[in-house]
Design a protein around this ligand. Structure first.
Ligand code: CMC
Length: 427
């Protein structure tokens, strides 16, 4: 602990401990503030508030650094697999070869969903957004897996975590299949986690599906890039939902609902839609002008970040992956040229430079995902699939944290003070 922070309020001095993490800004521990002073702190959007302690991910937004359990995201994306990263997030260390094999085997044994769960899909309209289906179906898992909802039993927590990671690709693929009117495919556990997902999504029962190894690798890398990201909105939602003791399936459904928003996971869909709207590089200045106009709600989607005030390291990997996927599939997409040019123009514009707005993970992901064959409506679903491991790892960490309490923020009340009720006839 370093020196205490001093606060003077109404002429009284108060000391608050300053806590240091292993790296990153110190935090002022204000847990006793209200008890000692009767005052709250005010921090809408939690821009300066650490809501918990965590050992999972670390971001240095100024330097553009993202670490998972200490390992840089670029190294993990280049050298590891999504299964390795899942193990790392859940267990704290990279697995040995034996541990990885056992873990992958365990996950593969949970890939099927209860047969009756398929009935749920039929209750949705065919044109339902797949994220709407994900919220409903993942929440419904609580009704199927009662034997893993006791949050105080570490064994049940582990099984629920494995189930969520394993079943998410199956449910995501089913959401896609339902929207295109094709039959659901059962998982094939002889394939990798990612290969299996690609087959369940793009395969049909009438034909043999060959997994393209380059696409499988790119998809696996995209999953790694999205695996966890500190206390972002959906992760905080999962923690907040879990803080009341809600079961893990309900908590992850809450995370999915939060992720759906265009300022968070929905930005990859919005970014590609924006690139389509811009069309050709000649129209970029018009959209840059709109993004800068205070009276226009338009924002450059895939740009800016609450924490990164530098290039998002995930965007660097994404940009490289676009080229690899295009080469593997032998495709070209003029939108990629538009995206590159847009980035170039924005990064040399004073507005974006001064506000430190750089491309984030979502700027290039849409271009890759559509080259692979996903419709835009599936983009956020893929984010949810990959982020599930981060959510469950954070949820587990929260449950075992001795400082954990139900999340219950305070407020600055600005409404009417107490007043007497006036009967309707006298108003
Ligand atoms: N285009 C134009 N201006 C922007 C943008 C943008 N994309 N992002 C931020 N700004 C401006 C904003 O208008 C504000 O200006 P001023 O200070 O003059 O009012 C300033 O930059 C700071 O923005 P903010 O909204 O106060 O910052 P925030 O930390 O609350 O928001 C953000 C972060 C990601 C919601 C925001 O940058 C944004 O809306 N970006 C577009 C959506 C997007 O790409 N989201 C994906 C985030 S990465 C994936 C994920 O983690 O979910």
């Amino acid at each position: 602990m370093t020196e205490a922070a001093k606060l003077t309020l109404s002429g009284q001095d108060h000391d608050y401990p300053v806590l240091s993490g292993s790296v990153g800004p110190d935090v002022v521990d204000i847990r006793k503030l209200y008890g000692q002073t009767g005052a709250f702190t005010y921090d809408p959007g939690f821009t300066s508030t650490a809501s918990c302690q965590s050992k999972l991910t670390y971001i240095d937004g100024d330097e553009g650094v993202l670490l998972h359990r200490g390992y840089p995201i670029g190294e993990l994306a280049e050298q590891s697999s999504f299964m390795e990263v899942c193990y790392l997030l859940l267990n704290g260390e990279l697995p040995t070869a034996d541990e990885l094999e056992k873990f992958s085997w365990t996950i593969s044994r949970h890939t099927m969903v209860h047969e009756q769960l398929a009935q749920f899909f039929r209750g949705f309209r065919r044109d339902a957004h797949p994220m709407a289906i994900m919220c409903g179906v993942v929440g419904a898992l609580s009704a199927f897996y009662h034997d893993s909802t006791d949050i105080h039993d570490p064994q049940q927590r582990m099984i629920a975590s494995h189930r969520l990671i394993a079943k998410m690709p199956t449910i995501a693929a089913m959401a896609y299949k339902y929207s295109v009117g094709q039959p659901f495919l059962y998982p094939d556990n002889s394939l990798s986690y990612t290969g299996n997902f690609l087959r369940m999504t793009f395969g049909v029962p009438a034909e043999q599906y060959e997994v393209n190894p380059a696409v499988e690798k790119a998809m696996d890398r995209i999953f790694i890039l999205h695996a966890d990201h500190e206390q972002n909105a959906s992760t905080s939602t999962v923690r907040l939902a879990g803080s009341s003791g809600a079961n893990p399936f309900a908590c992850i459904a809450a995370g999915i609902a939060c992720l759906w928003g265009p300022a968070h996971g929905g930005a990859n869909e919005a970014a590609l839609n924006m690139l389509h709207e811009i069309g050709t590089p000649e129209r970029i200045p018009e959209f840059i002008a709109r993004a800068k106009d205070k009276n226009d709600p338009f924002r450059l989607m895939g740009f800016g970040h609450r924490v990164y005030k530098n290039y998002d390291p995930r965007a660097t990997v994404m940009q490289k992956t676009v080229r690899e996927v295009f080469a593997a599939l032998n495709v070209q997409d003029p939108l990629f040229e538009t995206a590159l040019r847009l980035e170039e123009i924005a990064l040399s514009d004073d507005y974006f430079v001064e506000k430190k707005l750089f491309p984030n993970v979502d700027f290039y992901s849409g271009v890759i995902l559509s080259a692979i064959g996903f419709p835009t409506s599936m983009f956020t679903v893929l984010f949810a699939l990959a982020r599930t491991v981060g959510w469950v790892a954070q949820w587990n960490e929260m449950i075992t944290d001795p400082d954990q309490k139900i999340g219950r923020p305070r407020q600055l009340y600005t409404g009417p003070t107490q007043r007497a009720y006036v009967p309707v006839g006298q108003r």
